[in-house]
Structures are given as C-alpha cells and as structure tokens.
Ligand binder design. Structure first.
Ligand code: ADQ
Length: 489
C-alpha cells in the first residue's frame, strides 16, 4: 500500500522506443509468454528511482486478431508495457525499409551499393509514408495513456516523426527525443529526400539529445543550413521558440557487471576459460554482426599482425563473438559470408593441428558468459566504422578490475570521446595502424596498462546508465520550466 502511495507521487515517464523491452511468444489464442530483455535502456531506467516508467513500443510480433491483441495488451500491462500493433506491410516498409535501409546506413556514413541505392530511391516515398504512419500509430497510443505532468521520452531514429505528432495532440506535452546512433554531417543529411520534414518534427520536441557534442553540432548545423534557422549555444531557435539541443553520453549499469564477477558460476567460467587459453594472450571482439562494426577490417588487421610478428602466432588468440542481426537482409548475409571466408583463410594459414588463431562465434552469449570472457581478456578490439557510443567498450572496462587489460578503440565510436585517454585510439580503415596497435597493446608495460585502465574504470563507474537517464529527464523538466518563465517575461 505504501509503495502504491509512493508510486502515485512519482512523476510518470513514458518511454517510447520502436521495440518493447519484452519478447512475446504466442502460446494459444489468448495466451502469451513474455520474457524481459535487459538491454542498456532497460537497465538504465530500472536504476532511475524517482520516476515511474511505462514503456510504449512494438512487441516485435504480428498480431492481426483482436483476441490476440487484447490478451497481449493485458499480459504486457503487468510489465508496465503498452503495445503498438503494426501490420506486416507497415513493418516491412517502415522498419525494414525506411529505418534499416535508409536511415541506418545514412546516419553511419555507409554508402549503399549503386543498385540498392536506386531501388531505395524508387521506393522512398511509400517507405516514408509508412514511417510517418507508424509514428502516428505510436503517437496515438502515447496520447491515449498520457496524463498531465507525464514526461514523454522518445528514442532513436525510428521515431523522428513522433515529437511533432505528439505536439499536434497536445502542445503542452513534455517531449524529449534521444538519438542512439550518430547524427551525420549536415552534408550527408542533406541528401535525404525527407530531410526537412524530419528536422522540423524533431525540433517540435522540447529537448533533443545525442551521445556526443559532435552529433549535437551536426544536428544544429543541419537545422541552420537546411531550414535556415538560428543555432544558439543552447540549441535551435525558430520564431522565438527554443528547442534545447545537448549531449548526454550514455553509460552502463557498471555495478551489475562488477557484482556479476563475484558470482560462483562466473568464477567457474573464468577458471575454465583461463585453463582453456593458458599460455596465450586473449584478444576479444563482441559485436552485433553489422556493417558499422568493422568486423572484416578488425580481422584483416589481426591477420596483418600475425603476418608481421611470427613469434606471436602461437601466443595469441582472437575471440570474435558476433550476434547475427537482420539475417533476412542480403547485405547482412553477404557480410556473414565475407567474415567466414576471411576467418577460414587466416585459420588455414596460421592454425596448427591443435590450435587456431581466431575463434569466431556467430551467436549471442548469456550475460554471465560474457562477463567471464571480458574478465579474462588481455586486449579488447573495438573497430566500429561508426558507432553512436559502443557499450561493449564500457562493459569490457567494467570487468577488468583485476586484469587491467588494454582497450583498442575506433576513433569513430562515440566512446572514443569518453574513453579516449585510456584507450589506444585507431582508424579502423588503416589496418597497418591497427596491427601495430595490437603489438603495442600486447607488449604494454604493467604500469601503463594500470594507468590507462584506471582512467577508463573511473569514467565507466561514475558515468552510469542510471545517471544518464536521470540527467536527461531532469534536464527535460528544467527546459520546460525555463520555457514557461521565458513566455511569462
Ligand atoms: P548497438 O549497436 O547494439 O547499440 P552497443 O552499444 O555496442 O551497440 O551495444 C551492444 C549491446 O549488445 C551490449 O550491451 C553488448 O553486451 C550486447 N552484445 C553485443 N554482442 C553480443 C554478443 N555476441 N553476445 C551477447 N551480447 C552481445 C546502439 C548504438 C550504439 C549505442 C547503443 C546505446 O548503435 O552506438 O552505444 O545503441 O545507445
């Protein structure tokens, strides 16, 4: 009862993201099995005690019938989740098409092959219409549950049209929008046929957040150059109305990782791995199998290192864990084959009857196995070609309390701006540079490793996901109070 009373006093936070943090599997006409997926955003918001969070998003399944929709809505309500039902065609055009085929590559500076680019250009209008339609469906659900005083926090490139839709329902709604990917240079954004509509819609939010100052600056430049608006140190101004734009670098729930290392099952796992790789230094890559993560570049750099350093060939192993994503997309299938081919070639070239230099796994690891792997790693390799932040680098640092391993980090990951002083920064396109950084990391004296690690560990354990979420929401509340004061003056 006390808890309920406390709950009623807390401000409600409506978190809107494309996917709910729950996977739903249908077990019968009106029964569903739900599993919470603890991603970065979920753990970030679990730690924010001063708000009462509700989640709004797509459950990731097509539920065409009313009985199924009602049952799923009821089951999700217990997890404080509210579903948005999208039909298959909308998902295809909005999610696979506009979000993943158009915005994702563009925001990561990845050119599409000419043929795909032409095909995307032709289908652009219908995909953008579906994108707007989907965003309107999200807005409708948010508006249905919105109560005065709630804060609405929209997430990521899937929902750039949402702030405007929400303000059309209710101009007093407090709306924030945060982008998890990079925001590209305004010259890249200019090539997007829907460039104006997207910027205008995002500007309808009260607060717009990015991982880094650079992304925020690119966004403000896009607004000044494409929309002709005025950029100020606080954000973007349009006819006296200010949209606050700022950097809010995300973090991880570092305590969760540090605590996990104490668990007996993780310790057992650590001991097994240590035994398995005894006498060899362990290098690690953990990525979603995505073009942006630079996995082929990483493996080619490792090959170059082995080529140039024969004495290391039987003393080092690279473990690359790559979770397949978007497996139905031909470009991702091509990437998988490309990675397999390179790994096969290198293992054929430098392997022996008993060992191979690269262990490549096409799958996800459970949390405890991942922590154990981070803990026994000597050198982590993050070679993203572009990455909003990159949480793997943070997770590695959090698990290195005793080992004090080295992080080699792409200068194109947002994390380079926060962990740059402790990591070895590299240009992932320059495999000669990455190969020599591998040598430098493997030979690094203990005192330098310790100094670099301490710098990063301090950052990762103080700039947590909880702090990130709390800062964003309190800044959103402040922004609105300031705007009210300005209007009164
Ligand atoms: P992602 O592109 O998914 O996120 P990242 O930040 O590295 O990238 O987060 C990946 C998460 O998935 C990590 O928590 C990691 O542990 C987990 N993961 C990855 N591979 C795994 C594997 N093989 N097994 C188990 N777990 C695995 C997007 C942006 C990023 C941004 C985040 C948060 O692209 O740039 O940092 O959102 O804003």
């Amino acid at each position: 009862n006390g808890e309920r009373l406390e709950g009623r006093c807390k401000q409600r936070l409506l978190v809107v993201a494309n996917r709910l943090p729950v996977s739903a599997v249908r077990r019968g006409e009106d029964s569903w099995q739900l599993e919470i997926s603890v991603g970065g955003l979920v753990s970030a918001l679990l730690g924010v005690r001063e708000f009462e969070a509700r989640w709004i998003g797509w459950a990731g399944v097509n539920v065409p019938d009313e009985i199924g929709q009602k049952a799923l809505t009821k089951a999700l309500a217990e997890k404080r989740c509210i579903p948005v039902f999208l039909d298959e065609e909308t998902v295809h055009q909005y999610y696979n098409g506009y979000c993943n085929n158009m915005l994702w590559p563009l925001f990561h500076y990845l050119g599409l092959p000419q043929e795909d680019r032409l095909a995307t250009t032709r289908s652009f209008q219908s995909q953008f219409d579906a994108y707007k339609r989907a965003n309107q469906m999200f807005a409708k659900v948010v508006n249905n549950i919105y109560e005065e005083g709630d804060v609405v926090w929209c997430h990521d490139y899937h929902l750039m049209f949402l702030p405007q839709c929400l303000k059309e329902y209710n101009n007093n709604m407090k709306v924030g929008w945060f982008l998890h990917t990079p925001f590209p240079s305004s010259e890249i954004h200019r090539t997007l046929p829907s460039r104006t509509e997207l910027l205008r819609s995002v500007l309808a939010a009260d607060l717009v957040g990015f991982h880094t100052y650079d992304y925020a600056r690119h966004f403000v430049s896009a607004c000044t150059r494409i929309l002709g608006l005025e950029g100020t140190p606080e954000g973007v101004e349009d006819q006296g109305r200010l949209t606050r734009v700022a950097a809010f670098p995300i973090g991880i729930d570092s305590d969760r990782f540090v605590r996990a290392l104490e668990l007996p099952q993780v310790q057992d796992h650590i001991n097994e791995l240590k035994e398995r790789f005894a006498g060899r230094k362990v290098m690690l890559g953990v990525d979603r199998l995505d073009m942006i993560k630079g996995i082929p570049q990483k493996i080619l750099a490792f090959e170059k290192f082995l080529e140039e350093n024969p004495s290391w060939r039987d003393k080092v192993v690279l473990i690359q864990i790559a979770v397949p994503t978007r497996t139905d997309v031909p470009e991702y299938q091509k990437l998988t084959s490309q990675v397999h081919e390179i790994v096969g070639r290198i293992n054929g070239r430098y392997g022996t009857l008993t060992t191979v230099p690269i262990h490549h796994l096409d799958r996800s690891l459970d949390f405890h196995a991942l922590c154990a792997l981070y803990a026994i790693t000597d050198v982590a390799l993050v070679t993203s070609l572009r990455d909003g932040m990159n949480l793997v680098s943070y997770e590695f640092v959090a698990c290195q309390g005793s080992k004090k391993g080295v992080l080699i980090l792409s200068e194109f990951a947002g994390a380079a701006q926060s962990l740059g002083a402790g990591a070895i920064l590299v240009n992932p396109w320059n495999i000669t540079e990455v190969a020599s950084s591998i040598g430098y990391a493997l030979n690094m004296p203990a005192d330098e490793r310790e100094k670099r690690h301490l710098h990063n560990f301090m950052h990762v354990t103080t700039h947590t996901s909880q702090e990130w979420a709390a800062t964003f929401v309190s800044e959103l509340n402040d922004t609105i109070v300031e705007a009210q004061i300005r209007t009164r003056q």
